[in-house]
Design a protein around this ligand. Structure first.
Ligand SMILES: [Zn+2]
Length: 309
């Protein structure tokens, strides 16, 4: 007996994303429903690498380009929300390309490894594997990134202090955590206007987000007490419907997204006039966050709704 063809929402694509010219390979393995669009896949790749989604991107499927609709040039680019993964990976087309930041030129090979049946006990999309850290944004292509790593490895070199300052604090090129990738994926999911196909998935347990530093994204061990910062939402922003849940703040000047819990009406924070609470791991991250928030408030002057993603 031949089983009826299952709908694309129950077919799960196992996809491997690898950064071209990375050596050792910088790669991620993700599971996503075949009904998802290339636009959804863009969000997934941004979250699990992670990139900051602050540059243009484009997919190449065969010889057809797909991208975001708001681009102002390039007439021959198709709408990425109009093509599903099932359609993109059709026939012998098992590898497509994803380009991010046309300046630095981060090219990714996106390979369909397998199609598996949805496991009702699991949530999708989800990251299930990967190795090595994503290069910091704007590190100047694969060559530029590896140059910086070489400079970092030589404390006596003349450029060392500058590059050390430029790199994110505690950057480890070999670091990758599936768990953190999935936290970023959930955050991105909450933040994404595009909407996800199966929106009824349970959100990341807030209890866990409370133990992740909003700035450096490291886990805050249970033995350590976290610091928190209160933030006032922009005037006119009503946070009441989101009480107790997490939102993502765009700290624009720092090009970072930080998770923040919406203060409940009866909380101490609210009584002090704060609407959102951001948790960080210690003084260092707290001061970096403070600087970013101050810059941002200055930049955002009068920009209503700025603080709520
Ligand atoms: Zn931290």
């Amino acid at each position: 007996m031949i089983a009826p063809k299952s709908p694309d929402i129950d077919r799960i694509c196992q996809i491997r994303v690898v950064l071209k010219d990375s050596d050792p390979p910088i790669w991620r393995r993700v599971l996503a429903p075949a009904a998802y669009t290339l636009g959804d896949l863009h969000s997934i790749i941004q979250a699990v690498m992670p990139w900051t989604d602050s540059h243009m991107h484009e997919f190449l499927v065969g010889d057809v380009h797909y991208g975001a609709p708001d681009r102002e040039f390039e007439a021959d680019v198709q709408e990425e929300e109009d093509i599903s993964l099932a359609e993109a990976f059709r026939g012998r087309q098992t590898c497509i390309e994803y380009a991010y930041d046309f300046g630095d030129g981060w090219d990714h090979f996106v390979e369909l490894e397998a199609i598996v049946q949805r496991d009702p006990a699991q949530e999708y999309p989800r990251c299930v594997g990967g190795e090595n850290a994503c290069p910091p944004e704007n590190s100047g292509s694969m060559d530029g990134y590896y140059d910086k790593l070489r400079i970092l490895a030589d404390p006596k070199g003349p450029q060392h202090p500058f590059i050390k300052d430029w790199m994110p604090l505690g950057f480890d090129p070999t670091a990758f955590s599936v768990e953190k990738a999935n936290i970023l994926l959930r955050m991105r999911e909450e933040d994404d206007d595009a909407g996800w196909v199966d929106a009824d998935n349970e959100a990341m347990a807030p209890a866990r987000l409370d133990r992740i530093c909003a700035w450096c994204r490291k886990e805050i061990s249970d033995s350590r007490s976290a610091l928190s910062r209160g933030v006032q939402a922009s005037e006119g922003v009503d946070t009441s419907r989101l009480e107790g849940s997490f939102v993502v703040l765009n700290v624009g000047s720092a090009m970072r997204q930080v998770p923040a819990r919406v203060a409940t009406a009866d909380s101490q924070a609210k009584r002090e006039g704060k609407d959102l609470i951001i948790t960080v791991c210690g003084e260092k991250c707290a001061s970096l966050l403070d600087v970013a928030l101050q810059e941002d408030v200055a930049m955002a002057d009068g920009d209503e709704g700025h603080f709520l993603a």
